[in-house]
Write a protein that binds this ligand. Sequence first.
Ligand code: PBG
Length: 344
Amino acid sequence: MKAYKDKVFATPHLLKRPRRLRSSPAIRDLVTETVLTPSDFIIPLFVHEASQEVEKVESMPGVVRHTLSSLIDECRELFRIGIRAVALFPCIATEKKDVGGSYALDGGNILNRAVMALKQSVPELLIITDVALDPYTSHGHDGLLRSDGKDVDNDRTVEMLCRMAVLQSRAGADIIAPSDMMDGRIGAIRTALDIAGFAETSILAYSAKFASAYYGPFRDAVGSKSAAGGSYLDKRGYQLNPANAMEAVREAVLDEEEGADILMVKPAGPYLDVIRAIRRKTLLPLAAYQVSGEYAQIHAAARLGWLDLEKARDESLLAIKRAGANFILTYFAKEMVEKLSRQS
Ligand code: PBG
């Protein structure tokens, strides 16, 4: 009896050793819970008409403002390597911006022309178009301002967004993505599309879009920051308070009820809890947008030698998928798809 006791307690009394499952590459692979695959990624792309040059976006290494023709070449290449969908954003020349964002309703504006050209040259690539007024307004807000200039006028903005969405569908967009956060816009756009004969066009709703500091580099890219005179654009009257997860879920539930096909959380990395909470609440596919600032901070730290670019990139994306996102909009999409296809 004594001998038995001695034997048991002589070794550390650890029946459970989770490290067994981490002891070799083979076992680690076997118990991996989350895997990134090439079809997880959608790439946001910028197109401009200010010049015939491809312009670098300073705060987003590797990201450019395309010309129409470089956009087409790039999309051919992206489709060839396995990217299935692109999200297009226009960068509008300052002379074309006004308080009412009127260029948004021009069926021949740069965004609509880009959609038409892409549908001709890469017909199978899914085209996602942005519905919001910020690239087109001289003040940089996503909607029309009320007459006192203090806030965005919800219902007048929604009317415009509906017309924008119909024009984009007519140009050939497969998925309409309202990023404006006006109340009731999903239901209104769904109705407008159906009436105009675009029942097949899907809606990807930016359901939980937060008033975030992480949009900075994007605002450089589309010029909404300089439109606002370089000062910080305060969108707290329509974008969500970063403190509120329940309110974010409520927005997602409303968008589902109003007829959204896909829901989205944005930014992604700082809002993993929100991704998880919405994932539990809906049966719809859920996207997450790893925004410009999330991309820029990884690049900036890597440039200083403070982070390993590829490792930080992979981990940031894995975390978003682990939280519950079904797919991810990210400026890393091309390099991720290239890397993942090399591995498989
Ligand atoms: C606004 C819009 C924003 C982004 C896409 N559309 C943010 C904003 O200016 O409020 C941000 C995307 C990014 O940062 O990558 N309609």
